[in-house]
Structures are given as structure tokens and as C-alpha cells.
Design a protein around this ligand. Structure first.
Ligand code: NAD
Ligand code: MG
Length: 297
């Protein structure tokens, strides 16, 4: 059976997944996606790269975070999953897949804009998994707004509170528990480099996350903790169908990339595995672009 190591043409890969013009409320559900994103359920093959690691992943119920959670488990890691309470059904599907891989999954729903919840996430990881070696700050909010006058102060604030603050809060709480060899990975975006006109607040948070990670990497490297970033391009996930893009733009989503298509969450997961594992021991303060070929500085 095909897996992530199978020799394939990247331009025609996933030609069967159609990015449809669907629209969802709230954070959106993976189960409502028809065509569904590929999270690597049927294809990701672990090779023992994260044996015994203890990971906290935010936004782990769907999309990139879920694909990463599945990959981490199949590589031998136990996982705490963060997501919003209304995403419980998506999260439980990922919990089952982690358990099928023979690893521990701990589901901790809550709101990342709440400082106390972020503290609880790290505390629960340490208590339930016996420590924390990997933090993936991936949960995020993206709502397109066409005109500056329509971008509310509340949305601007919430986008920062969801995307930027949790990276600071979670890293600050996790670091005292992290032994040398541990890894922090933030999810930035192509938007940090090539911002869309209708994603002013979002693009700015992704640049902030990128820069915060680079600053943190300088401070934490001497302590043996590596901080790195993954910057995805257009990836087919619930976020895009829940106000991340104008609905009528979804059928063409990703076609502007040199590969001519949207990425799938399963294609992002190996980047997180690489940055979490010891094989990237000399990779520090890096932004790994997984974007179908869009040039970045
Ligand atoms: P997704 O909708 O599957 O995941 C985002 C998750 O963020 C949600 O599942 C939700 O659990 C979580 N979240 C949002 N607000 C939250 C809150 N207040 N409290 C707790 N959890 C909250 O979509 P995705 O595309 O996989 O997004 C994952 C990350 O990838 C995000 O940071 C996003 O900005 C980034 N990203 C996505 C793309 C893309 O094209 N899909 C491109 C670049 C970057
Ligand atoms: Mg979700």
C-alpha cells in the first residue's frame, strides 16, 4: 500500500480531492468537509522516530494538527490534544487513531485565548504523560475581511489572542519541564511572507509567531531546547471553509502554487516529525516552508 515514502508525482497527487465551495460556522469540522482532507489515516507509516516522546499539540482535532498527532503517535509518541469543545467529535476520531497506534491520547478541550487553559494544558501533559518533550503551537484563527473598515477591533484582538499569545504562554509554561533535546514547533504561514489583502490581522500574527520563534530559539538553544517553525502554504482544512477564505475562492484554492494544487495535512506532518525528532539536532530557529513551491525570502 502507498505511504508517505511512495515515489509519486507531486503535481497529480491528491487529484481526487476536490476543494469544494462549502461554508461552515465556528471553527468548522473536518467531518463536514466532503471532500475530506487527507490526514494520513491510511498512509502515514511510522519508523520509530519519536519513540517515548511526550507531545502537546494544539488544534489537534483536525487539519495540520490532527495529521501531526497521527504521525507523532505512529512514530511512538504519546499526545495531549487541544481543541475547542465544539470540535469534540473530530477530536475523538483522532484520539481513536492514536490509541490504535498503541499510544496514549489525552483530550483536553478548551479555549486557547484563556491564559488558565494554556496553563492547564501544560500541567495536564506533565501529569498524564509524565513530562513534556515536544510542544506544537498550531491552533489558529483565520477570518478573511475584505475592507479595513470592516475588520473589527474585537476580531483583531481575538486573532492575536488565539495565534500569538498561546505560543508565548505555552512555551513559558513548558520550558521549565523540558529536558535538553526537547523541541518547540510553531505553525506560521506563507502569509507571514506574502500576505493576502484580506488577511491583514491573520498575516500579521503569523509574522509575529515566526519572529517570536526565532527570538526564542536564540534564548533556548543554549539550554538544549530547539525552537523551529513550519510555514504551510494553502492546505485543505476546516479553517479555510470556516471563513478563512471567501467561499467562492475555494474551488481554485491552492492552484496559484507551482504544483498547481492545495496541499493536504498529511503532507505537512513529516515536517513536524522531522523538527520534533533528534535527527534535526542542528536545526534551530529555522522556518520550514511546506507550500507547494511559493518562493519565500
Ligand atoms: P484547522 O481548522 O483544522 O485547525 C485549526 C484549529 O485551531 C482548530 O481545529 C481548533 O481546534 C483550533 N483553534 C482555533 N481557535 C481556537 C481557540 N480559541 N481555542 C482552542 N483551539 C482553537 O485548520 P489548519 O489549517 O490545520 O490550521 C492549523 C494551523 O495551520 C493554524 O495555525 C493555521 O493558521 C495554520 N496554517 C494553515 C494554512 C492552511 O492553508 N490551512 C496555511 C498556513 C498556516
Ligand atoms: Mg478543528
Amino acid at each position: 500500500m502507498a505511504d508517505q515514502f511512495t515515489f509519486q508525482d507531486p503535481t497529480t497527487l491528491y487529484a481526487d480531492i476536490d476543494t469544494k465551495a462549502i461554508s461552515q460556522d465556528g471553527p468548522g469540522l473536518d467531518s463536514e468537509m466532503r471532500d475530506r482532507a487527507d490526514l494520513g489515516e491510511a498512509t502515514y507509516r511510522g519508523t520509530g522516530r519519536l519513540e517515548g516522546r511526550r507531545a502537546l499539540i494544539t488544534g489537534a482535532d483536525s487539519g495540520i494538527g490532527a495529521a501531526t498527532a497521527i504521525a507523532f503517535a505512529r512514530e511512538g509518541a504519546d499526545v495531549v490534544l487541544s481543541y475547542l469543545p465544539e470540535e469534540e467529535s473530530d477530536a475523538q476520531r483522532i484520539v481513536a487513531l492514536i490509541e490504535e497506534a498503541g499510544r496514549t491520547a489525552v483530550a483536553v478541550p478548551g479555549d486557547l485565548t484563556d491564559r488558565a487553559y494554556c496553563a492547564e494544558l501544560v500541567r495536564t501533559t506533565v501529569e498524564r504523560l509524565g513530562g513534556i518533550d515536544v510542544l506544537v503551537s498550531n491552533g489558529g484563527k483565520q477570518q478573511y475581511v475584505e475592507r479595513l473598515e470592516d475588520l473589527t477591533d474585537e476580531q483583531f484582538d481575538e486573532t492575536f489572542k488565539t495565534n500569538v499569545y498561546p505560543l508565548f504562554w505555552l512555551a513559558k509554561d513548558a520550558v521549565p519541564h523540558m529536558a535538553p533535546g526537547s523541541s518547540i514547533i510553531a505553525t506560521s504561514s506563507i502569509q507571514a511572507y506574502s500576505p493576502s489583502e484580506h488577511l491583514v490581522d491573520y498575516a500579521t500574527t503569523k509574522a509575529a509567531m515566526n519572529t517570536m520563534s526565532k527570538a526564542l530559539s536564540q534564548q533556548l538553544a543554549p539550554r538544549g531546547i530547539r525552537v523551529n517553525v513550519v510555514a504551510p502554504g494553502p492546505v485543505w482544512t476546516p479553517l479555510q471553509t470556516a471563513g478563512g477564505q471567501p467561499t467562492d475562492a475555494l474551488p481554485e484554492f491552492g492552484e496559484q502554487t507551482p504544483l498547481g494544487r492545495a496541499g493536504q495535512p498529511a503532507e505537512l506532518a513529516p515536517a513536524y516529525v522531522f523538527l520534533a525528532s533528534a535527527e534535526s539536532s542542528y536545526v534551530v530557529g529555522e522556518t520550514l516552508h511546506v507550500n507547494g513551491g511559493m518562493p519565500t525570502p
